[in-house]
Each structure stands twice: as C-alpha cells, then as structure tokens.
Design a binder for this molecule. Structure first.
Ligand code: TRP
Length: 363
C-alpha cells in the first residue's frame, strides 16, 4: 500500500502584524516542520477571505496586512522554496468546496462551536451575526481539506475548528462512499507557556486594542519599554520579599523563550531557569534584574528577524514573487481535490460525458 503523504496546512487572518504569541503558538512549529524534511507538501495561507468575515468594512487593513504577514513569514524563516505561501481569496476552489460542505453541517452544530460562540460575544455580534462570519468554520474546513492536510499547526483555540473539520470529512466520505477527504490532526506547541502567551499586562490574550502586544517587528527601544513595564507579581514589593511565579508574565515569557545558553551568556550566576525561579520564590531577586534578562533574550531572538524584515521591506518584489508562486501551487492542489469531490458527488458532468460518450471536453 502507498504510504499516506504528509501534508501541512495552516494560516492566519491578516488583520495586523504578527506577534510573539503567534510565534510560540504556531509559527515556530511551522518552521520546524518545514525544516524537518519529513513533509511532502507544505502550505501557509493568508486567510484574507476569513479576515473579511469580521472586517468586511475595512478592506484596506486586510490588504495591507496580507503583505505585512507575508513579510513576517519570510523574516522568521518560512522558506518559499519549501513552503507555499498563498492568498486564500485567490484560490476560488476553496469557496466552491465551502458551498458543497454547507450541506453537511447544521446551524445548531455551528452554534455549538465554542470558538464561534466566544468570538460572537467578543465582537458584540449577538443578534446581528453576518452569515459569512457564522459559516467561517465550514470555509476553514475547505481550507484544510482542499490540500488533504494531515497536520495543522495552530493555537489551541482552533481545536474546535479542527473537530468540526474532521466531522465534515467523515460525513462527506460516509455520504459519498469514498475516501476522498483526509482527517487532519492539530499540532500544538510543546509547553503550556507557548499554548497561550499572555499579554504584557498579564491579560489572557495579546490584542492590539489592549496595547499589550510585542510584535515581531518591534524595534529594540520599543521592546525594552514594553518588557520593563511588564506585569509581574503585584505583591512582590521589596527585593527581599518572596515572589510568586503564578500568573507572573515575565516568567511565562522566559518559559517560552529562554534556553540554558542564555544563562551562560547573560546570567552566569544561574545554571538555568529553574535556579532563577527558585531564587525569585525564596526572595532576594528583584523584578528589574529578571526583566533585563528577558529583554536580552527577546532582543537576541528578534534582532535577526528585524534584519530580514528590513531586507524584504526594501525588496517587495521578492515577497510578491513568493506569494505568486505559492498561490499557483495552491490552486493546482485545490483543483485536484475539487475534481475528486465533484466526481464523488456526481457533479463531474463533462468528465463523465467524455468517458461515457466520447464527447471531448477541453478544460
Ligand atoms: N482561524 C484561523 C485563525 O484565526 C486562521 C485560519 C483560516 C486557519 N483558515 C485556516 C488556520 C486553516 C488553520 C487552517 O488563526
């Protein structure tokens, strides 16, 4: 038997620049998968059509963010020779699949989707939910299945989307009697800190409107200001006091970003993060010292990304070339799947007539 191909697909809503929460939550895993050499096909999607489902009145923002996110991708090590970066709205096959999948999902099922529920509340949509927004989980199932993706690296908030997608796959394959579509698996980050990086103010999520976000594109001085004013333990008033790690954002960020080498380099009096944490909890370690360390760790991480970003900002034609190539590859792959889907659904009229009656069908 032929072994199943390993295919990765994932994407982001282009509604702004990407931040370090995106990085540890998903971007880092994508680069690892890309560089592992174990995957047959890799796709990363700029989900502009999905971004428009709740930003339809601000198309300029979405358009601008498509370019900014693509630059972020290239700057963190997504390599267009290995990964197809593409624009969702430029692959019309995805929208066609969505129409057919809509038959397989009930309104009640989408209403039960916890991510959708939560987002409706966040956006105050309540009674005025745009239909396009409401159905985006179905469109997301098209994004994933069009590429026959086996693995989808995303944040844990996307698990309900993956579950919904797997249900659609099962229902499709069951209804149309063929193993046309493939059930995807989620790929989560390795530790709890990375699963959901809090905002610099300690709030659960980074968001532009809260101003608690560190962007991959932040310059050094901005980064320093943000780190030095981060939320720690509000009861840790004097250096001698014992400090708490619970909900202490600075330590959460260190969990996500620092390595033992960073200690060698910047804080050789500690071997590793465990020793630093122990000292903090004992008392006698001030927040400023920990923050300065975190700043250096993050700055070392962001410096090469900034440099690459500056390069791509000066060479937009290279970014455009990467997106063009990726979009063409995405169209070809999605078209293949759409053919299989239409055949299974018995709506492959011309192909069938050609086969049965020899009437030539020029595509
Ligand atoms: N919903 C995802 C997010 O908000 C973006 C997205 C759209 C996506 N289509 C996708 C992610 C397909 C993975 C696979 O981050």
């Amino acid at each position: 038997m032929e072994t199943k191909k390993k295919i990765m697909l994932t994407g982001d809503r282009p509604t702004g620049r990407l931040h370090i929460g995106h990085y540890v939550g998903s971007l880092r895993q994508r680069v690892e998968i890309q560089n592992s050499g174990e995957y047959d096909e890799i796709f990363v999607m700029l989900a502009d059509a999905q971004a428009l489902t709740d930003n339809f009145d601000d198309p300029e923002k979405v358009r601008e963010s498509v370019m900014q996110c693509a630059i972020d991708y290239l700057s963190i090590g997504i390599d267009p020779e290995k990964t197809n970066i593409f624009i969702q709205s430029e692959v019309p096959q995805l929208h066609e699949l969505t129409v057919y999948y809509m038959n397989l999902v009930t309104v009640a099922r989408v209403q039960r989707n916890p991510t959708v529920k939560n987002e409706i509340k966040l956006r105050n949509f309540e009674a005025n939910i745009p239909v396009g927004f409401f159905t985006y989980p179905i469109s997301q199932a098209s994004d994933i299945t069009a590429f026959k993706a086996t693995i989808v690296p995303v944040g844990e908030d996307q698990e309900p989307m993956l579950e919904q997608c797997r249900e659609i796959v099962r229902k499709f394959n069951y209804t149309y009697g063929k193993d046309v579509l493939v059930e995807p698996e989620i790929y989560l980050p390795p530790n709890k800190a990375c699963l959901r990086l809090p905002g610099t103010d300690g709030q659960a999520k980074m968001s532009k409107s809260l101003g608690n976000t560190i962007y991959l594109s932040d310059p050094e001085d901005v980064l320093k200001k943000k780190v030095m004013s981060m939320f720690t333990d509000p009861n840790h008033l004097r250096v001698e006091d014992p400090g708490s790690l619970e909900g202490n954002t600075v330590f959460t960020y260190l969990d996500a970003f620092c390595s033992d080498e960073d200690f060698d380099k910047y804080l050789p009096e500690y071997k590793n993060l465990d020793e630093l944490k122990a000292h903090y909890q004992r008392g006698g370690l001030g927040d400023v010292k920990v923050k300065k360390f975190l700043f250096k760790v993050l700055n070392d991480f962001l410096a090469p990304i900034r440099e690459k970003r500056a390069y791509y900002e000066a060479h937009p034609e290279e970014v455009i070339e990467a997106i063009t190539k990726g979009t063409m590859a995405a169209r070809a792959k999605a078209e293949e799947t759409l053919r299989d889907v239409k055949e299974a659904m018995k709506i492959d009229y011309f192909e069938k007539w050609e086969k049965d009656y020899g009437v030539r069908y020029d595509k």
